[in-house]
Design a protein around this ligand. Sequence first.
Ligand code: FE
Length: 200
Amino acid sequence: MDIRVRALETLLIDKGYVDPAALDELVDTYEHRVGPHNGARVVARAWTDPTYRAWLLADATAAIGSDEGFGFSGRQGEHMVALENTPQLHNMVVCTLCSCYPWPVLGLPPVWYKSAPYRSRAVIDPRGVLADFGLQLPTQTEIRVWDSTAEIRYLVLPMRPDGTDGWSEEQLAKLVTRDSMIGTGVALTPQALAAQQAST
Ligand code: FE
């Protein structure tokens, strides 16, 4: 695959169809500038700022993408919807058709998100999929699965973990994992974060 991509890239550049500088810019964007760290900042602000949280839930596109919000805009983020998790309701996102994913806040999708088993089982047996991810939710918690459409991209707003009173937005953002914003996980507890930091 690498060789095929390289051959295609060389051919397109030789023929003058693409500018290598533009390709470098794209790679740099998706390697460094967009990623789950963006979504984590959105979630952390929603946890600490009730006004922002209300805005995010009412108009996620503006709260995330506008200059007054975070300015995280671009392809695959034109129509955003935020889904709030509660003790009663857990939201989980899939694209059953392909791999639609909110790039500006989460970066590029993980391989499993694009896989046929995830895409089919997420809607047939969401609780089983969550168990595969090591997540056991209380049986009384409803799981709602959201199928991305051709335009809409979802961001799950996970529940704020206990024991984080008084934490800054920056500290809280460290608890927000990519999977917690897809709904295949929950935010880290302070203990889990400490254990993770100790092991790296
Ligand atoms: Fe898709």
